[in-house]
Design a protein around this ligand. Structure first.
Ligand code: PLP
Length: 434
């Protein structure tokens, strides 16, 4: 047995079957530089998925490597919460300010799941209710509580959640009953649905609504701008908090805005974040209104959340994003990528939707008339792009969505190179001649 297939066999014997790898022949990555990754066999790939939106600014960024090295070499990388950690405090101050939430406070965790757990805990404590509203097709993490607010059946394994959740319309427009309405009527129909859900599925004392401004695992699906503003007006009438899950949409990835929710012209009560912040290091957290954050009376800590190494990496990453105005870069290169994808879709009838914003873009595959999802084309596109040296993501409710979310440092040349590979790969996977 070759070394590679031996590794795969060992993976299969020791890992649970719900941890599925990409590709017929899964790859082992051994090197990364800029936006390019190299596998154990020496093949190079342009990375259009940034890990899973985790390598926000690319690989081997000297400023970030230095910050991590310095912290490691200081010898100080203990638990997080008993002593003052300079980088943690500086990072919290920076995030609080960037959040635009007045007098915001920040709690650090190790992941997006834990960030959402913390947000749920705070909201339910503050409002003394365990009723939560979430969006259909949502994904918020893999813990017991986070799965209880995850609407996407492919990803929500547990129906025995401690959270009392009702799901509302809006996030996944292509498959919404209101999809053919113009934007303002679509939003009005979703607001009417929210009012109906509140009146018919809850006892009225709902703690919070949690939502991804652009649904990540759900296939980069999103409502029209203004949706969350209109929804929040109803939530405010009932004192219901709004938690924006910015795990995928934060830090300028969506281009025009620093946070995904800003496209809707509102500031939420809390935001959760993770993924790109540490450029690959494990860090997440919640930023929230102070009264919400202070509602816990019991002592609480996270042993590793916001630890010195993760916060050093995160501070350096966030500084890098701001110093290099990567939000503007995401907007510029993302617009170019989106235009290119739209042109590809004109030639490939199986692409039934191109959506997203900034460097968070997706193409959904299926039948344009019936909207029947096509998972086999999506799987083929994944293999075709790999063959040509491009890594993309797959996702969506049915696994029929190709997702593109490269590091925010992607250059126009790299975007062009990726588009050429995508055009060839979509054509090859669908048997279309272009
Ligand atoms: N929230 C969103 C929107 C996500 O996309 C994810 C992960 O994909 C999570 C939460 C969970 O984050 P983690 O995998 O870091 O626990």
């Amino acid at each position: 047995m070759g070394e590679h297939s031996d590794l795969l066999a060992r993976h299969k014997s020791v890992m649970p079957n719900w941890l599925s790898l990409y590709y017929d022949e899964p790859i082992e990555l051994v090197h990364g530089e800029g936006r390019t990754l190299t596998d154990a066999e020496g093949n190079q790939y342009l990375d259009f998925f940034a890990g899973i939106l985790t390598n926000m600014v690319g690989y081997q960024i000297p400023e970030i490597s230095e910050a991590i090295k310095e912290q490691v070499e200081s010898g100080v990388f203990h638990t997080s919460t008993l002593y003052l950690i300079r980088k943690q405090i500086e990072l919290a101050e920076q995030i609080a300010e960037l959040s635009k939430i007045p007098d915001a406070k920040v709690f650090f965790t190790n992941s997006g799941t834990e960030a959402n757990e913390a947000a749920l805990l705070l909201a339910t404590q503050y409002r003394r209710s365990n009723q939560i509203l979430a969006l259909r097709n949502s994904y918020h993490g893999r813990s017991f509580g986070a799965m209880g607010i995850t609407g996407n059946r492919g990803w929500s394994a547990s129906s025995l959640s401690p959270v009392n959740t009702s799901y509302v319309h809006g996030g996944y427009r292509l498959r919404s009953p209101f999809k053919d309405l113009p934007d303002d009527e679509y939003v009005a129909a979703c607001v009417a649905d929210l009012r109906d859900v509140l009146a018919t599925q809850t006892a009225g004392d709902v703690a919070a609504m949690i939502a991804e401004p652009i649904q990540g695992v759900g296939g980069f699906a999103m409502p029209p701008d203004g949706y969350f503003k209109a929804m929040k007006e109803v939530l405010d009438e009932h004192g219901i908090l709004l938690i924006s899950d910015e795990v995928q949409t934060g830090w300028g990835r969506t281009g025009e805005h620093f946070w995904g929710i800003e496209a809707h012209g509102i500031v939420p009560d809390a935001m959760t974040f993770a993924k790109g912040l540490g450029n690959g290091m494990a860090i997440g957290g919640v930023v929230a209104r102070p009264e919400l954050m202070d509602s816990l009376t019991a002592q609480s800590l996270s042993t590793f959340g916001g630890n010195p190494i993760a916060t050093a990496a995160a501070k350096a990453t966030l500084d890098y994003v701001l110093d290099h105005d990567l939000q503007a870069q995401a907007h510029k290169v993302g617009s170019m990528l989106r235009d290119g994808l739209t042109r590809i879709a004109e030639e490939i009838p199986a692409i039934i939707d191109v959506r997203g914003r900034g460097l968070m873009l997706a193409a959904e595959l299926g039948d344009a008339q019936t909207l029947e999802p096509d998972t086999s084309i999506a799987a083929a596109v994944l293999e075709e792009t790999k063959k040509r040296g491009l890594l993309v993501g797959k996702g969506g409710l049915f696994g029929n969505v190709i997702r593109m979310a490269p590091p925010l440092t992607l250059t126009e040349e790299e975007a062009q190179q990726g588009l050429e590979i995508l055009a060839e790969s979509f054509a090859s996977a669908t048997g279309t001649s272009v």
